[in-house]
Design a protein around this ligand. Structure first.
Ligand SMILES: [Zn+2]
Length: 111
């Protein structure tokens, strides 16, 4: 279960340590990626923070599971109100999936 936190990224970094990756636009910070060892071998569990649009400087905590190659994340949660009232996926989950896919593409190119 995700720690449903929100706050300034600098405070989150101070509490949690540096993220594994930051997106080039600095609106997404991924703290960890874990390969799932259960059933679906390629599935990745991704946790991180995505910038809020309505509150400048604030970030929402987001966790998703994603299978590389798929168009969308298949599950997840977020600390925002949209997730609370409308459920998954909120725009933060989509942003984090897109940022992860972008990093995968860069990693492949650099190999
Ligand atoms: Zn959200």
């Amino acid at each position: 279960m995700l720690d449903a936190r929100k706050g300034k990224l600098e405070d989150l970094i101070r509490e949690l340590g540096a993220p594994e990756r930051l997106s080039t636009k600095k609106d997404v910070a991924i703290y960890s990626t874990k390969k799932s060892l259960l059933r679906i071998p390629n599935r990745v569990y991704i946790t991180g923070y995505v910038k809020s649009d309505s509150r400048p400087l604030y970030f929402h905590s987001v966790a998703i599971t994603y299978i590389p190659g798929k168009r969308t994340a298949n599950r997840g949660e977020c600390s925002c109100e949209s997730f609370e009232y409308r459920g998954f996926p909120c725009k933060h989950a989509v942003k984090m999936k897109d940022a992860y896919v972008a990093w995968l593409a860069i990693e492949r190119k650099n190999r």
